[in-house]
Design a protein. Structure first.
Length: 409
């Protein structure tokens, strides 16, 4: 793979959508291809972007956080401001959200405000200490919010009195440093990740779990949508990953005798969400970066692993072009046409699982009339919320485009 120069993304031609799929950082063993049915269970990345109040109180001075600029890419305009933070104060009409040590926002409630907090609730249920994904309008009113939503993934290591002990597989991103006590209510659908059908028996020790959950605290969660791979489950292989569509465009340089070539690689697959806590990820995908961050599977070429020190995760799967932190990737949602430019700030999806396992190259996602396999990008849960409700689906079919500069076309 070649390392590319980072530069502004030019106008991109639209590319025909074709089926392809993927999933991301995952606990599943190499070569497995779980099939997900978003309507029966959804995978959620949890938002672990807790920021300590650090001397700022609800009655202190307030500073407006930098607004996430409205942007138009591919005709899809994003009007809401989107960020994540910690609730440090509230009243019956407003909530105070700390984004980082110097940015606090006070957001008013309206009759249209919707909140997910272990299910749909009114804004009055938001509590001090909640980790909150926020959508707000330019009048500083909370339009949508998701409190303490998490994606819990890992291996069941014990069956407990109240549920299951899960050892997380993605501690480097999520910030979970120890086992999680996962409870699953009697009415919660538990699905076989390979077939999409309801699981015929209770999960057992050694099973791999991928759950959307409400986090009570860092060590306990309530699974609201749960997928399970039982030990010895039969795996269905997905088709070969398609190659990218490549377009070239000549660009005039600083003088008439200088020209460059923009080469745009467009990959078809699925975009999913994942957990990134404040200060976590390869280049800090949490905190104030959460709404604009994604993970890309090819950041290093001088190593042969796919882990958190060596990001060579795409070879043998989609073989995506090598980029660096900060590279712009244009993500197009094939379900609703939303198109947003996001920045590479982490490593993933774990397509080949080299060195640590958990390959997801052939994972499958069925949604909005598409069936695609092979992951191409992972979005932080906050960035994912700009496309879809992270409490109701965990993936969507996508075309992702990245442009590189070459001397000539």
């Amino acid at each position: 793979m070649r390392r590319i120069n980072r530069l502004p993304t030019p106008n991109l031609r639209s590319v025909d959508a074709r089926p392809v799929l993927g999933a991301l950082h995952s606990p599943f063993p190499d070569g497995e291809a779980p099939r997900a049915q978003p309507n029966s269970y959804s995978r959620r990345d949890f938002l672990q972007a807790a920021v300590v109040a650090a001397g700022v109180t609800a009655g202190g001075a307030w500073t407006a956080s930098p607004a996430l600029a409205s942007q138009t890419l591919g005709g899809a305009e994003i009007d809401d401001l989107v960020f994540q933070g910690t609730v440090i104060g509230r009243s019956s009409v407003a909530v105070d959200v700390q984004i980082d040590a110097s940015n606090v926002r006070r957001l008013g409630f309206t009759s249209a405000t919707t909140v997910w907090r272990d299910g749909p609730v009114g804004p009055a249920q938001i509590a001090v200490g909640d980790n909150l994904i926020v959508h707000t309008n330019r009048a500083s009113e909370l339009t949508r919010g998701w409190a303490n939503i998490a994606r819990v993934r890992g291996e069941i290591t014990a069956v407990t009195e109240s549920g299951y002990q899960v050892t997380p597989s993605d501690a480097e991103q999520s910030g979970f440093s120890g086992p999680i006590e996962l409870t699953i209510g009697s009415g919660t659908p538990v699905t076989d990740v390979y077939t999409g059908s309801l699981l015929g028996q209770a999960p057992v020790v050694g099973a791999l779990v991928d759950a959307v959950a409400y986090m009570h605290d860092a060590a306990s969660a309530n699974g609201t949508l749960v997928g399970v791979a039982q030990p010895g489950a039969i795996v269905t292989k997905a088709p070969q990953a398609p190659g990218p569509t490549v377009t070239r465009q000549t660009v005039q340089g600083a003088t008439p005798d200088i020209t460059y070539c923009y080469v745009t690689f467009t990959y078809q697959g699925i975009a999913s969400n994942y957990s990134c806590c404040n200060g976590c990820g390869r280049c800090d995908c949490g905190g104030t970066n959460a709404a604009s961050s994604l993970a890309w599977p090819a950041l290093d070429s001088s190593c042969s692993c796919c882990d958190f020190t060596c990001c060579n995760c795409s070879y043998g799967c989609t073989n995506q072009v090598l980029v660096s932190c900060g590279q712009t990737v244009v993500v197009e949602d094939m379900c609703n046409g939303t198109t947003i430019g996001l920045y590479v700030r982490d490593c993933g999806p774990r397509q080949n699982g080299a060195c640590i396992g958990g390959a997801v190259c052939a994972h499958v996602c069925d949604t909005c009339g598409y069936t695609r396999s092979h992951p191409v990008v992972d979005l932080t849960m906050t960035a994912f919320s700009r496309f879809h409700d992270p409490a109701s689906t965990y993936c969507f079919p996508t075309n992702v485009s990245v442009s590189v500069l070459e001397p000539e076309c």
